[in-house]
Ligand binder design. Sequence first.
Ligand SMILES: [Zn+2]
Length: 128
Amino acid sequence: MTQPDPTQDHRQRLLAQRAAVLAPLSAQRAERKRADLAHTADAHVDRPEDAPAPVAGDGDGESALTERETAALGDIAAALERLDLGTYGQCTDCGGALSSVRLQALPEAARCIACQERAEQLPPFVRA
Ligand SMILES: [Zn+2]
């Protein structure tokens, strides 16, 4: 029997997390498309020249992501990249090891707790 690869576990968790961020989004998008169609049909049926140009199904792609979701997806993508590079679990600031407890709680964590706290105390424009 081979030893289970712990990074496989983290990878699975990261992929599941990414799917969890994206899943409600596509459902939401489908829902909104239905609502838009209904609204357009109701409101503009007698004045078609005043109706805004109908959205042809595209154009609302990435804009549906909130800032927080975009950041979360970025963190997850970066963590997956670190898994590939073999630097996963190392703090991106000080290079120290992240505790397995921290990685269990937050698989996309890039910094150790000390560096994370320091980073969060800085105003955003100072953050690298
Ligand atoms: Zn650190």
